[in-house]
Design a protein around this ligand. Structure first.
Ligand SMILES: [Zn+2]
Length: 440
């Protein structure tokens, strides 16, 4: 690394770590402000990195950078003190050969980690929680592990099956200007596919990609084949009175589910496979199977209602809502055991104004974006285990003066990932609010 490169490198690191001075004005401007006290240092070794936790008595303004030849990492904490000899308590290990500390500018603390190899350093602050107070966390990721870590990180995406209603010989409802439901549902489905795929950790699967007829049961099978975590079926409503308008969302009702269970159970042969493919049922008794199946389905219905109300909440911002709550009904397409499913009546195609909206690219985009936000909100709370969204992440306590872009920059993560992970659709972060930093 030549000198100018190094300077560039240090500059970029300075941008990544350390709070902006404005975040903690008291610490940087007032000399009289009481300094930060380091109360303890703890070290833990993880598979791919070494973590050092500095227990502090208050929030600290810090910066972190790496130097080479020899490899070392330098931590500067503004206006801070550490008891003499505290660093000696931290045991050397295969990565950290030694730790030194000193005073800079009469009042700042500098800690230098001498390392046995090059690392990617990362730092973040944790707000007090439980027994722990303010913490400054330094993670030193060994670069040797990089390739291994990159291979290992392939956590799966959350799969969203998008089902455009009707198709082919079944045009669905037709508006007064001749708009077919099957056409607008496919257009919205394709927009939604793009929007979902733009979200990190999510993948969309289109149940039908073109204007073709598909049986309801084949739609469910397609979602199952792709191991969908949820299915959204897009439709447009129709009513004799052209004044009827607005969006509605349906989830499956327990009654509908129960009768469907009975019907499916009546089918012999692979009925059990269809029903119980995802449910581990090591029982022969038909009655027990039925009860267990109902229980698992009820859980799915709860998730469906939950997803439905998140989507409805977002749709409210772009379209009038026909019914304020998620409705429950027995649509066949919703009867996918173990896949939470919702059916969305985007608008009334029988209402001339809404028909026009349904054809409009701008309105379709708005609907798609609203659905995406709703889906995101749900999965940021309830990410299925094993998915990238459910993978462990760092937490960060928001400081005054922070905004989403600043934090994204600080942790070198994509701003839209950060927003998606925390369902941040506005910029009004509150100081002290804890947000999740996705692990890249
Ligand atoms: Zn329909």
């Amino acid at each position: 690394m030549v000198e100018s490169d190094r300077r560039k490198f240090l500059k970029s690191l300075a941008g990544l770590s350390g709070l902006a001075a404005s975040a903690v004005p008291g610490l940087t401007s007032a000399k009289t402000a009481a300094g930060v006290q380091v109360k303890d240092i703890r070290l833990s070794k993880n598979k791919n990195y070494v973590r050092l936790v500095f227990d502090l008595d208050k929030i600290a303004d810090h910066s972190l950078f790496a130097l080479q030849g020899p490899d070392r990492v330098v931590l500067d904490v503004k206006n801070a003190k550490m008891p003499h000899g505290m660093v000696d308590r931290v045991q050397a290990n295969s990565l950290i050969r030694s730790i030194r500390s000193g005073v800079r500018n009469d009042k700042d603390l500098r800690v230098v980690f001498d390392l046995s190899e090059e690392v990617s350093p990362r730092s973040f602050l944790l707000a007090p929680s439980g027994k722990s107070g303010h913490r400054l966390v330094i993670d030193l990721h060994g670069k040797k592990d990089k390739t291994k870590a990159a291979k290992k990180k392939s956590k799966r995406d959350v799969i969203i099956a998008i089902d455009a209603g009707h198709g082919g010989k079944d045009p669905g409802a037709t508006g007064r200007s001749g708009t077919h439901e099957k056409i607008v549902t496919l257009q919205i489905a394709k927009r939604l596919e793009k929007d979902i795929n733009a979200q990190r950790g999510m993948k969309a699967v289109l149940v039908r990609k073109n204007d073709r007829y598909m049986r309801l049961r084949d739609r469910i099978h397609k979602a199952r084949d792709h191991h969908a975590d949820m299915m959204i079926s897009l439709h447009a409503d129709s009513f004799p009175d052209p004044r009827a308008r607005g969006s509605s969302i349906y989830a499956l009702s327990v009654d509908g589910a129960t009768s469907e269970t009975a019907r499916m159970l009546a089918e012999k042969e692979n009925a059990a496979d269809i029903l119980f493919g995802d449910v581990d049922l090591a029982v022969e008794d038909q009655m027990v199977k039925e009860v267990l199946f109902d229980l698992s389905l009820t859980g799915t219905i709860e998730s469906s209602l939950d997803i439905g109300s998140e989507i409805l909440g977002q749709l409210k911002t772009v379209n009038r809502v026909h019914k304020k709550k998620v409705q429950q009904a027995g649509f066949a397409v919703l009867k996918a055991p173990n896949i939470p499913s919702v059916l969305l009546e985007t608008a009334f195609i029988s209402n001339p104004r809404e028909e026009k909206n349904l054809r409009s690219a701008a309105h379709q985009k708005k609907i798609s974006k609203a659905i995406t936000r709703g889906v995101n909100k749900y999965f940021s709370r309830k990410a299925p285990p094993g998915t990238w969204l459910a993978s462990s992440e760092c937490e960060y306590a928001v400081c005054q003066g922070d905004n989403v872009a600043k934090i994204a920059d600080k942790y070198d993560v994509n701003e839209s990932d950060l927003r998606a992970r925390n369902s941040l659709y506005a910029d009004n972060l509150l100081a002290g609010q804890v947000i999740k930093i996705p692990v890249s």
